[in-house]
Design a protein around this ligand. Sequence first.
Ligand code: HEC
Ligand code: HEC
Ligand code: HEC
Ligand code: HEC
Length: 502
Amino acid sequence: MKTSKKLLRCTLATIALLTLLSSPFPAGAAEQKGEGKNPVVKENGVEAKNEEWAKYYPREYATWKETSKSDNLVDMLKKKPQLPVLWAGYPFAKDYNAPRGHFYAIQDNVNTLRTGAPVSPITGPLPTACWSCKSPDVPRLTQEIGEKEFFTGKWAKYGSEVVNPIGCGDCHDSKTGELALTRDFLKRGLTASGFDVAKITKNDMRSLVCAQCHSEYYFKKTEETDAQGEKKVTMTVAFPWNNGFKGEDVEAYYDSLNFSDWTHAISKAPMLKAQHPDYELFVGGIHGRRGLACTDCHMPSKKDADGTFTDHRIASPLGNIANTCVTCHDQTEKEFKDYLAIKLQRKDELMDLAMNGLAKAHLEAGKAWEVGATAEEMKDILQDIRHGQWRWDYAIASHGSYFHNPEEVLRLLAQANDKAQQARVKLAEVLAKHGVIGYQVPDFSTKEKSQVLAGINMEKEVAEKQAFKAALLQEWNKEAVAKGRLNMESRKGMSDRTSYAK
Ligand code: HEC
Ligand code: HEC
Ligand code: HEC
Ligand code: HEC
């Protein structure tokens, strides 16, 4: 690549920019009210309503609002019908779409069949922790009521509280305007990984604000009895980073805790679900190792008549190559697109192999139990399935990993394939021992067939969800408006897309 001169220039430009940023925000008139100091959006606590910030920072707000343009909905279960089998017994088997713009975070969380259909504030199925990465109302609440109280109870408890989508108050301090880490669980995770949080630099912050949510996590369960003698369960978001960021490091951490997210409904394997280890995989890739931050590609600088500011339309850089890749590299837009397409295709090829192998292993394990296999015979097999599926999931659950760290993704997928095949060789033996030879697994080539194998009754799930949306959800929104937490205008023009509504 003939990148060196441009890269040097770019590095210098970045350093210059960072120096500028060590004083409060540079840039346009609106940002400079009050003699170079940032305007105070809120004196105490977190301002969760993005429209309130718009009064002081119109350009950042306007570009932030453009995340609403990423509203395409991709039903991943339809695209990859192996998924319901892989996730049988876990809510993801019901409904799972590719990520959309931050503007839709609340709507997608409320709409997904995964969050179920609560009928009151104490009904489940999911814990409050499922709101953690959806809204600046979360840091607002944790400051108001404390983190422990926030993480106690069921998801429906905060239906009328967590109402504004990911925005300013997630990444900025409402009083000083500076970048801020609003989630303490990130600081705890960093500390556990050996990162000295007292030494976080400005450039670190340009990735760490994202790492608050774009990371692998699990729900850490603590049971206790309060002063009134009532039993309480806290489900706190925690990062599994004690051994490091590699797939195997995180796996070893979960194994050491004997942790599993669920027991697989077909194979009975103790499973792990990977979330979205974007940060972990990114820092090990070439751009991460060269000191780039998420912001360099997902929030480039933009110019208007008032000068330069940060483009807050966080989206795929593929739609913005001219202002991202090309500022440091000499290639053309077409070269970059072709280059990324090849990377994606390589990942897809190994990913499909792994998914097919793992889905067959689950179904063959189900058959083995059916014909009388013993727990002793199945033990190693289930461990292979757990580890194989974990490595597949860790590699691909981060949708940008095929670019952020391609070699690592392919390495993990190769491991996932190997584990799946090891399980299947052992399963052929166990099945033969119980009189089954040449077993062919049932067809899982469509979402519908695969969901039947996973034991899901979609009609019931959808009907319950629609009833929830017609009743309790309406009450939540009314209450949020009445209490001044939500401005309905902010949702204007928002389509209500799901992959299940007819
Ligand atoms: C996901 C995190 C994130 C969200 C959400 C976010 N910002 Fe930012 N913002 C950043 C980052 C990162 C920078 C600094 C970029 C840099 O250092 O290169 C920044 C910079 C700024 C600046 C400095 C001036 C500039 O444009 O560079 C202002 C002002 C600002 N943001 C306001 C807002 C407002 C208002 C909102 C809500 C409408 C918002 N931000 C939402 C991450 C965020
Ligand atoms: C408060 C949590 C949170 C923070 C902070 C956050 N994200 Fe996100 N991000 C999400 C969630 C949740 C989604 C999926 C939203 C949906 O699909 O409804 C998402 C979606 C995305 C997408 C997909 C958008 C699209 O158009 O398809 C990108 C890219 C992204 N985030 C990058 C970033 C970057 C870069 C940062 C830091 C500057 C960041 N995010 C900070 C939670 C967060
Ligand atoms: C060198 C540029 C670059 C940097 C730095 C970078 N990304 Fe990306 N990111 C990309 C590209 C390119 C894609 C692939 C986009 C596509 O396939 O549409 C991507 C994809 C993503 C996606 C998936 C978007 C979607 O719609 O599916 C997320 C989320 C994301 N990145 C988050 C991050 C986070 C968080 C960081 C920092 C830890 C980061 N990125 C750093 C270039 C970058
Ligand atoms: C802020 C500067 C910057 C931006 C923006 C940037 N890159 Fe890079 N890129 C680098 C640096 C630095 C390297 C490492 C060069 C080296 O060490 O040889 C690199 C390396 C690469 C490589 C070689 C990777 C390898 O495996 O050896 C590719 C390909 C690449 N970048 C593509 C992209 C694409 C695509 C985008 C836009 C989505 C992008 N870059 C955005 C700075 C940047």
